[in-house]
Design a protein around this ligand. Structure first.
Ligand code: ATP
Length: 323
């Protein structure tokens, strides 16, 4: 099991979570925890099991095995209570098309009464968010663009002032400016002490905002850790050898774990997990090394490196050729 450090207390805890659809495994023993105040990026290719995991967190789909705890509750038994405390923005929000932007806020407010039993707090926050996003209050939902609909959906989720926000592919189909705006509001939220779980294919965006990342492949968790720790232990080592006769992978027992390798005639680029930079520096002593460069890869390179060796059609070194 991959355990995450739990300094601030966990908002979400998954232990050995399994879900099968007609015998086919969609989620295969995922264990992780999401600390309070994190922006937690859930990354994985299509069909990796991200949405299924989110559906289980929301209590919409029961797991076949394993444990789930969301804010101390069990979503399978306390689905309604859990959903009340989560702001959820699905990939394709279902909104009442015939309502206006203003009306849908008024309608949703009825489900979010404040302590005095009124809708005033929700409505005030919704109005503020909608104005902040520049949405036209009187326009019908059906006439809004995809980006505007997403903003309405986010406003509806945030107006409830939820301690946990779950976003499934929130920026897909949005233009770059709107995406940026969306992500900035996410950082603000985390700054305000909320926790955000974000499923996305936009790896560079996740890199910009996430405090933690988890990689999922075919229902299994490959890694889950703070992004700065992942980046601090991952190195891209480019080596030029004096001849074509060179090792295609780094020698073992040097405190390095190979994640991925790309090979050219005299060059290699090794993506490695290492204790520190010094562990990579010692590769300079390999026979025939002409030059060696160590870089910190970006999250996309790390993601591709971990994924490539798990996909038979993308053999190491075939998909990326070093010039
Ligand atoms: P994407 O990034 O494409 O949204 P994902 O990581 O969210 O993918 P899931 O939607 O969780 O992946 O799907 C995981 C697997 O479970 C896939 O093989 C999918 O076909 C299968 N699956 C998901 N929902 C159902 C369902 N209701 N019935 C049968 N199979 C399903």
């Amino acid at each position: 099991m991959i355990e995450m450090q739990n300094r601030a207390g966990s908002v979400i805890r998954l232990e050995g979570l399994v879900k099968k659809y007609r015998g086919k495994v969609a989620v295969d023993g995922i264990s992780l925890s999401v600390p309070e105040g994190a922006i937690f990026g859930l990354l994985g290719e299509n069909g990796a099991g991200k949405t299924t995991t989110i559906s289980m967190l929301l209590g919409l789909v029961p797991p076949d095995a394993g444990r789930i705890e969301v804010m101390g509750m069990n979503p399978t038994r306390q689905g309604l209570e859990v959903r009340k405390r989560i702001g959820y923005v699905p990939e394709a929000p279902v909104l009442y098309d015939w309502m206006t932007v203003s009306e849908i806020g008024w309608f949703a407010a009825a489900f979010h009464l404040d302590e005095q039993g009124t809708t005033a707090g929700y409505q005030a926050r919704y109005g503020e968010l909608v104005r902040g996003f520049g949405l036209p209050m009187r326009q019908k939902i059906k006439t809004l663009s995809k980006g505007m609909r997403s903003k309405v959906s986010l406003s509806l989720a945030l107006a409830a002032d939820p301690p946990l926000l779950i976003l499934d592919e929130p920026t897909s189909g949005l233009d770059v400016l709107v995406r940026r705006e969306f992500l900035e509001s996410m950082v603000d939220l985390a700054g305000a002490g909320r926790t955000v779980l974000l499923s996305s294919h936009q790896i560079s965006e996740v890199e910009r905002v996430a405090s933690h990342v988890a990689l999922v492949h075919q229902g299994r968790l490959i890694l889950a850790e703070p992004l700065d720790e992942l980046k601090a232990r991952t190195f891209a080592v480019s080596v030029i050898f004096t001849s074509r006769d060179h090792p295609s992978i780094p020698p073992e027992n040097r405190g390095l774990d190979l994640i991925d390798a790309a090979e050219g005639a005299r060059q290699v680029r090794w993506l490695v997990s290492a204790k520190d930079r010094a562990a990579c520096e010692q590769l300079r002593a390999l026979p025939g090394v002409e030059s060696l460069e160590i870089e910190t890869p970006n999250l996309e390179e790390i993601y591709i490196g971990y994924m490539r060796r798990r996909r038979p059609e993308l053999e190491p070194g075939l998909a990326v050729q070093v010039a």
